[in-house]
Design a protein around this ligand. Structure first.
Ligand code: UD1
Length: 328
C-alpha cells in the first residue's frame, strides 16, 4: 500500500517508517523537521493525494509546562488533524491509523471492595504531601485495588496533551461516520526505545532516567516508586501500526490499547535501567507532581483479538537495549 506517514522523522514515526517499509509498503513521509507542517493545507492536500492510508503520528507531545502551551497543543494536534481529515475526504483516502495515548483515560481503573469499579478523581495535595500516594474510593475512602483498563473505560483527560489526543479521536470518529471510512486509534502506553528524545520538560520518565544515567546521575524516582505503568518498546509500537493497516471497521473509530501486557513500577524500571547501564542506583525521593496519575495498566486483549497484535520485546530485554541505545 501507499502510506502517508505524518511525523515520519520523529521517535515513534521513524520506527513506524522502517517497519512499514520492511513489510513492503511505499512510505511517503511528512514531517515538520523536513519542512512540512501538518497544518499547511496545501502541502497536506498534495501529500494525501494518491495514498491508500494515512498513518498520523505527527503531534506536539509530552505534558506541557504551563498554560502558555495550550495554543500550541490545540493548533498542532487538533487543527492539524482536522486539516488532514478534510484533505483525506477531498482526496478519497478512506483509512486512518491515529497515534493516540493512554492519557485519554486519566487515572487508571480501580476496584473498591465495597463499591466495585470506581473512578477516583485527582489526588489531593494534602494526601500527596503526607506521602499518601494511593488514590482512595471516592465514595467511602477505602483503599483500592488497581485493575487493568479496557478501551471502554470512560475518558478523563487531565492535561492539554490528553485533551488534544481525545479531540483527535473524536474528530477521526466524526470523519469516519460521515464518510463511511475506517479509523483506528492506537492508545500507546509508555513507549520507550532507541532514539527516544532526551530529557526535556516534555519527556516521559524512561527518557528522563536514561538521560540521567548517561550523565552519571542517579534516576530520581518520585512518590514511593510504586506507581505502575506499562512500558512498551517502540518497535512493538511500530508493529502495532503495521497490524492496524488491516484493522478497523467502516464508518467508525475503533480504539486499542497498545501495551506490553507486563506492567512494572516506575521504581522497577529505574532499577532495571540503572543495572543495565551499570550506573548509580535510583533514589526514591517522595517528590510528586500534581498532574500525575498513580497507576495506569492496560489490557492488551482487544488489540490481540482484533488486530492480531502482541508485543514481542520483553521488559528485561527492552531495558537492556535501551540502557545503551542512542537517544534522539
Ligand atoms: C507519559 C507521557 C504522556 C504519554 C504517556 C504514554 C509525558 C510527560 N507523559 O505519561 O504524555 O502519553 O506516557 O506514553 O510525556 N517520574 C519519576 N521521575 C521523574 C519523572 C517522572 O519518578 O523524573 C514518575 C512520575 O511521577 C510518574 C511516572 O514517572 O509517576 C510516569 O511519568 P511520565 O512518563 O512523565 O508520565 P505518564 O503519566 O506515564
Amino acid at each position: 500500500m501507499k502510506v502517508l506517514l505524518t511525523g515520519s522523522a520523529g521517535f515513534i514515526g521513524s520506527h513506524v517508517a522502517e517497519e512499514l517499509q520492511a513489510a513492503g509498503h511505499e512510505v511517503v513521509g511528512l514531517d515538520v523537521r523536513a519542512g512540512t507542517d501538518v497544518r499547511d493545507e496545501a502541502a497536506v492536500d498534495s501529500s494525501v493525494a494518491g495514498s491508500d492510508v494515512v498513518v498520523h503520528q505527527a503531534a506536539k507531545v509530552g505534558q506541557g509546562v504551563d498554560v502558555a502551551d495550550l495554543p500550541g497543543y490545540a493548533s498542532t494536534n487538533v487543527y492539524g488533524t482536522a486539516v488532514l481529515l478534510a484533505a483525506m475526504a477531498r482526496r478519497g483516502v478512506g483509512r486512518l491509523v491515529l497515534a493516540s495515548s493512554m492519557v485519554v483515560y486519566g487515572e487508571g481503573a480501580y476496584e473498591c471492595s465495597e463499591h466495585g469499579r470506581v473512578r477516583p478523581g485527582p489526588r489531593a495535595t494534602d494526601d500527596l504531601s503526607r506521602g499518601v500516594f494511593e488514590p482512595r474510593c471516592p465514595r467511602c475512602g477505602a483503599p483500592l485495588v488497581p485493575v487493568v483498563i479496557g478501551e471502554d473505560a470512560p475518558t478523563d483527560p487531565r492535561n492539554a496533551y490528553a485533551t488534544t489526543k481525545l479531540a483527535q479521536e473524536h474528530l477521526a470518529a466524526n470523519w469516519a461516520r460521515e464518510t463511511g471510512c475506517v479509523a483506528v486509534a492506537l492508545r500507546y502506553h509508555n513507549v520507550y526505545g532507541p532514539r527516544m528524545p532526551r530529557d526535556t520538560p516534555y519527556s516521559g520518565v524512561a527518557a528522563i532516567f536514561r538521560s540521567a544515567l548517561e550523565a552519571e546521575r542517579a534516576p530520581r524516582v518520585f512518590e514511593d516508586g510504586g506507581q505502575r505503568r506499562d512500558f512498551v518498546h517502540v518497535r512493538d509500537v511500530a508493529r502495532a501500526n503495521l497490524a492496524a493497516l488491516a484493522g478497523g471497521e467502516e464508518g467508525t473509530l475503533e480504539a486499542y490499547n497498545i501495551a506490553s501486557g507486563e506492567p512494572r513500577t516506575v521504581r522497577e524500571m529505574a532499577v532495571a535501567l540503572a543495572a543495565a547501564r551499570g550506573g548509580p542506583e535510583p533514589v526514591v525521593t517522595g517528590e510528586y507532581r500534581l498532574g500525575d496519575v498513580r497507576h495506569i495498566v492496560a489490557s492488551p486483549a482487544r488489540a490481540r483479538a482484533e488486530l492480531g497484535f502482541r508485543a514481542r520485546i520483553g521488559f528485561a530485554e527492552g531495558m537492556r537495549e535501551f540502557a545503551e541505545a542512542p537517544l534522539g
